[in-house]
Design a protein around this ligand. Sequence first.
Ligand SMILES: C[S@@+](CC[C@H](N)C(=O)[O-])C[C@H]1O[C@@H](n2cnc3c(N)ncnc32)[C@H](O)[C@@H]1O
Length: 211
Amino acid sequence: MANVYETAASFYDALSGERFVYRAGREAGVTLLGLRRGDTVLDLGCGTGLNLALLVDAVGPSGTVIALDRSPAMLRMARNRVESNRWSTVRLFEADATTFAPAQVASELPTGERHVDAVFSSYAMSVFHDWHPAWDRMCELLRPGGRAGIVDMQLPTGIHRVFSPLARLAAAVGGADLDARPWTVIEREGVDVRSMSLSGGHIRAVAATIP
Ligand SMILES: C[S@@+](CC[C@H](N)C(=O)[O-])C[C@H]1O[C@@H](n2cnc3c(N)ncnc32)[C@H](O)[C@@H]1O
């Protein structure tokens, strides 16, 4: 299903429901992540880079954002965004999130560090064929006591279930598995867990410290 991102990368920002639905989730996720100035952060499955402004702003000029995606077309859009904003603190990395070598990603860090301070992923892990190997790699790259944040989607809950057909349509177009619920691993393994539900429960944003 990754090919949909190769063929539709140019239209992704316009067609992804960003303004009315999904932007609020990424904003909540980055806020819950609690980045500090100078932090290094990985954005896994970064797509066209819609998280980058928030992450670049949060880590400041002394921080670093590593944005990884396996789609060259999506990364081209991200690169355009980086260049037009002159973000010198962003490194783009083409790799499969479920098979990448954490040490190779760490070699992108300017400081010679082997770990990042935070890992983040929005609306991407539910698209991975299996998000568990990606989570293992995120943890390997994350320093002990670092922060992890996942924003993703499920069917709306409660009275908002009437919007389920729309959620199913969005998931089908993007190849997302609405039953994947990748944030649950943070709820299980993290401490100081913080979470938010948005859009009638359709979006979950969860962040925590990973011991
Ligand atoms: C729905 S988009 C989300 C993009 C971005 N995180 C956002 O919030 O807008 C899903 C992204 O996951 C990427 N992706 C899918 N499978 C992947 C994999 N196995 N490894 C890395 N990226 C993958 C796609 O190329 C696409 O850019």
